[in-house]
Design a protein. Sequence first.
Length: 170
Amino acid sequence: MAGVDPEIRPVQPSEFDRVGDLVVDAYAALGDLGEYEAVLRDVVDRSRKSEVAVAVVNGAIAGTVTYVGELGPYAESDDPEASWIRMLAVDPAFRGRGVGATLVEWCVARARESGRARLVLHTTEPMKDAQRLYARLGFDRAPDLDWQGQRGNWLRGYRMELGSTDGSVG
């Protein structure tokens, strides 16, 4: 499949439902989401407390990601120098065409612009394509960040060191 060059921009309120559905559909492949489905669907709350971006191709939402720039309710640790990638999802019609990579690269750029020391994310064992993507883009597997979710599934940590918060590269 040919790659695409999506426009990355903030989600618009009129797109909240579509983005919520996209994330829930992507995560549903992992099994019963339980109470987490409501969190995945709540784009309104995420957009107030973090940055929700969409990848748009020919007017269609091809993917989405939540960038968490600082400590808060969507941060997945208490690291004051980290930023986090959350809830990355790509529409099945656009998978394998560079949309996920473009969204991750956008998050990396946001973290660097903000002077963050590192970027952290979590994935699950079945998400092999995502794990290959993260490794290809420069994330290292970080078992020290692994944790067990509410439904007993293990979340695998990945980290990209960006340098110190004083602007030097580490």
